[in-house]
Ligand binder design. Structure first.
Ligand SMILES: [Ca+2]
Ligand SMILES: [Ca+2]
Ligand SMILES: [Ca+2]
Ligand SMILES: [Ca+2]
Length: 284
C-alpha cells in the first residue's frame, strides 16, 4: 500500500534462533498524490558487500516506483548496531518517469580491485520506452558509496528492458569482478568485464537466449559461485516465458576466456503452463 512499504530485517545471533524482526525500516520520504503507485520500497533488498571496507556488510534497498516510477535506491552502511535508513546514501538514475531505477540492484563485488565493493542498479524503462534501458555502476570508497556513477551502461534497442536484472562475479578469473545485465525484452544478457580502470562500456560477452526473444531470457540473472568447482564463477539466466510459460533457466560456465557462449545445463519447470520457472533466481 502506498506509504506503508516496509522492510523487516531478521538478525541472527550466536545463542538464539531468529524469531522476530530486530529492525524495521520504513521510507522517510513521502508519496504525493501524483505518485499513485507508491514507492515499492523494498522491491529489491540485497547485500551490497562492504562498500566502505569497514568490516560491516552494507545493504541496498530500492524503491523503483518512487516519484511516478522514476525510482531510487538507498545504500545503508552497516555498523555495530545494524543498519539505519536515516543517513542512507541516496542513488538516482536519469530522473525520468517510468524509468524504474531500482527495478534491479546487486552488490557486484569489487569491479576495479581497489578493495571497496561496488554496486550496480538497473533502470529498464517500460515497454513503451523510446530509449534502451540503463545500468549504473556506483563505486565504493572509504567514505561510502560514491553517488556519481562511475559508468552508465546502455542497452542497444528502445524498450529492450536492459537493466531488468543485474548480477556480478569474476567469470574469467582475472581478479576483477564482472557484471551481467539482462535485457528481457530483447532476450539477451550482456556481460561487461571489470578491470583496474573500472567497467568496460561495451560487453565482453553477449549471451542470446536459446528460446528466442519471446522467452524473456534475462528476466533474472544470478551468479553461481563456481557450481562446477573449476575456480571460475558461473552464471544462471532465467527465461520464464519459454515453453509457453513453463519457463527455463540456463547455466553458463565461467572460464579463462570468460563465459561460454552456450549453456552447459538447461533446467526447466514441471508446471504444464504459466509456471514461469526462472522468473526469479538467487545468487549463491
Ligand atoms: Ca561497510
Ligand atoms: Ca571497487
Ligand atoms: Ca573478471
Ligand atoms: Ca565454475
Amino acid at each position: 500500500m502506498a506509504g506503508q512499504d516496509r522492510v523487516y530485517l531478521y538478525c541472527g545471533g550466536p545463542r538464539h534462533a531468529v524469531q522476530y524482526s530486530c529492525q524495521l525500516l520504513q521510507p522517510t520520504y513521502t508519496v504525493g498524490s501524483s505518485d499513485p503507485y507508491g514507492h515499492a520500497f523494498g522491491q529489491v533488498v540485497v547485500p551490497a558487500g562492504d562498500v566502505d571496507a569497514d568490516g560491516y556488510a552494507d545493504l541496498l534497498i530500492t524503491s523503483p516506483y518512487a516519484y511516478v516510477d522514476v525510482g531510487r535506491a538507498d545504500l545503508l552502511r552497516g555498523g555495530a548496531s545494524g543498519v539505519a535508513l536515516a543517513g542512507s546514501t541516496q542513488l538516482a538514475g536519469v530522473g525520468v518517469t517510468f524509468a524504474g531505477f531500482g527495478t534491479s540492484a546487486a552488490g557486484v563485488g569489487d569491479i576495479d580491485g581497489d578493495g571497496f565493493d561496488d554496486v550496480v542498479v538497473g533502470e529498464p524503462f517500460d515497454a513503451s520506452a523510446t530509449m534502451p534501458g540503463n545500468a549504473y555502476l556506483f563505486r565504493g570508497s572509504a567514505g561510502g558509496l560514491r553517488v556519481s556513477p562511475a559508468i552508465v551502461l546502455h542497452g542497444l534497442t528502445p524498450g529492450d528492458g536492459f537493466g531488468d536484472a543485474v548480477a556480478g562475479a569474476d567469470f574469467d578469473g582475472d581478479g576483477y569482478d564482472d557484471v551481467a545485465v539482462g535485457a528481457r525484452r530483447a532476450g539477451i544478457v550482456y556481460v561487461f568485464r571489470g578491470g583496474p580502470t573500472g567497467l568496460a562500456a561495451t560487453p565482453a560477452w553477449t549471451l542470446v537466449g536459446p528460446g528466442g526473444v519471446s522467452s524473456a531470457f534475462g528476466s533474472a540473472v544470478a551468479t553461481s559461485l563456481d557450481s562446477n568447482a573449476d575456480g571460475y564463477a558461473d552464471l544462471v539466466i532465467g527465461a520464464p516465458n519459454e515453453l509457453s510459460g513453463v519457463g527455463r533457466a540456463y547455466f553458463y560456465a565461467g572460464g579463462p576466456i570468460g563465459l561460454a557462449p552456450m549453456p552447459t545445463v538447461t533446467m526447466h519447470g514441471t508446471s504444464s503452463t504459466a509456471g514461469n520457472f526462472g522468473q526469479s533466481l538467487a545468487s549463491l
